[in-house]
Structure formats: C-alpha cells, structure tokens
Design a protein around this ligand. Sequence first.
Ligand SMILES: [Zn+2]
Length: 115
Amino acid sequence: MGNREIFDQVSDMEKQIGELYEQLGDLKGRLSDLLEENHRLAVENHNLRNHLDHTEAVAEKSSQKDSAKGSLPGEGYDNLARLYEEGFHICNLEFGSPRRNEDCIFCLDFFDKTK
Ligand SMILES: [Zn+2]
C-alpha cells in the first residue's frame, strides 16, 4: 500500500468518524427529549393518581354519609325536616301544602324510614 492510499484511507476514516459523531449528537438530543418527556409524564401520572385517590376518597365518604341516613343525602334530609317543622307536608301525598298544625302520619313515616 502506497503512502497515497494510506492517506486516503485515513481521510475516509476521519470523514466517517465525523459523521458518526454527528449521529451521536443527534441521538443524544433525542434521548434528552425522551427523558424530559418521560419525566413530564411521570409527574403528570403522579398528579392524576393523587387526584383520583382524592376523588375516590370524597366519593366513598359521601356514600358512607348517604347510607347512614337511608338513601337521602344529609342536606336534603335536613331541609325536609325544617320544612315539616315550619308546618308543611313533606310526604308524597301533600308535599308542600300547609299541615294546619296537625301531624301527618305519612310525613312522620318519612322520618321513621330515614332514622
Ligand atoms: Zn304529610
């Protein structure tokens, strides 16, 4: 192999190394993008999981509250009890009409059921 050929070969290798180096830089950039996205997704997943746990805990708590007072939510029950005390029917038959200071067995039945 003559000196000229050796020189050409070394030049070739230099060119290939240059290209490989460029590709390496390219891959490094893409890897860094992927790591960044992976980190972002991990944080987002963590936040969503927390949110879901919180939502489930709230739903569980409110369903426990509901079952403690029959099928009625606590606030609805309190509103109806107040309405009855103010002198109105809360039963299905006469709902909203005045009781005229008489107890109504259907209204009282409602209280019995929900106790
Ligand atoms: Zn009634």
